[in-house]
Design a protein. Structure first.
Length: 272
């Protein structure tokens, strides 16, 4: 069901491979180098609230910022935040512009050819957010001509819906709050998306009885990216993440910033 999405991802990363083949690959800073310098360069998406963005005072805040600060605290180093757009995350790691990448970096095979991943930091779950007014318990129940699905412009899920929920209508708007508002006002029936990123906005419509359908469509696992063969840094991060997951620290941060528990939690495993 995710054939087209994966094909587009693969094409993009194969293009990265081709570009890298034409030039030299920088030597990544090792864990010893980071500790010696006393600074870790962390790539964050500059416009991705509540994952990471600047607040009214111009300071960085969000889930990734809290995680990044915990990493720096564990390593006893300072953080240098490096704004890293989605398309730049892998190239910046390869070019040694950053030491690690956050920003909802979903683990997939094409990226894994170029970088190392930690164990999962969090998940992204494609699921259905709707209200009590909508009948149906399974996502396929909403593939109906009487159903309107709301989504954000340019989302890859729009094309996915055309292929997998072709009977349902679509209503497209520009922002996540607008998408949630459409459903709250009854101008659309449901949202099919990475629902975790939408949950916080449901609190703006307290008169609506929201519900998430119990059958997730797909769950992606997002890790922390580090440069290829930088095993020292990767292993320290894995140990830290096991501790954070075991203490429920990651889920607490997620609920703090997203306003709801992670839809599919990461199960900690000491063997990575």
């Amino acid at each position: 069901m995710f054939r087209d999405f994966i094909r587009r991802l693969s094409a993009g990363f194969l293009a990265i491979v081709a570009v890298l083949a034409l030039g030299s690959v920088a030597q990544a800073k090792s864990l010893d180098g980071i500790l010696k310098d006393g600074v870790i360069r962390i790539g964050i998406n500059p416009n991705f609230p509540p994952m990471s963005s600047r607040n009214a005072s111009g300071e960085w805040e969000g889930f990734d910022i809290d995680v990044g600060n915990k990493i720096a605290e564990t390593l006893k180093v300072k953080v240098e935040w490096v704004p890293t757009e989605t398309k730049d995350r892998v190239p910046f790691l390869v070019a040694d512009t950053i030491d690690l990448s956050l920003g909802a970096l979903t683990r997939n095979t094409e990226r894994a050819k170029l970088i190392e991943y930690t164990v999962p930091l969090h998940t992204e779950t494609l699921a259905v957010l709707t209200t009590e007014k909508t009948k149906g318990q399974m996502w396929k129940d909403l593939d109906d001509s009487g159903i309107t699905i709301a989504n954000i412009r340019s989302s890859w899920v729009i094309d996915w819906q055309k292929e997998n929920m072709s009977k349902a209508k679509q209503e497209i708007v520009d922002t996540i709050p607008d998408v949630v508002r459409l459903v709250a006002q009854g101008r659309a029936d449901a949202i099919v998306e990475n629902i975790d990123f939408f949950m916080a906005h449901t609190k703006n419509h307290k008169n609506v009885k929201w519900r998430v359908l119990p059958d997730p469509i797909f769950t992606g696992y997002c890790g922390i990216g580090v440069a290829k063969n930088n095993y020292g840094l990767r292993d320290v991060l894995n140990i830290m993440l096991y501790s954070l997951h075991s203490s429920n620290g990651v889920n607490d941060l997620w609920e703090k910033w997203y306003g709801a528990p992670m839809l599919v939690k990461v199960v900690p495993n000491p063997y990575f």
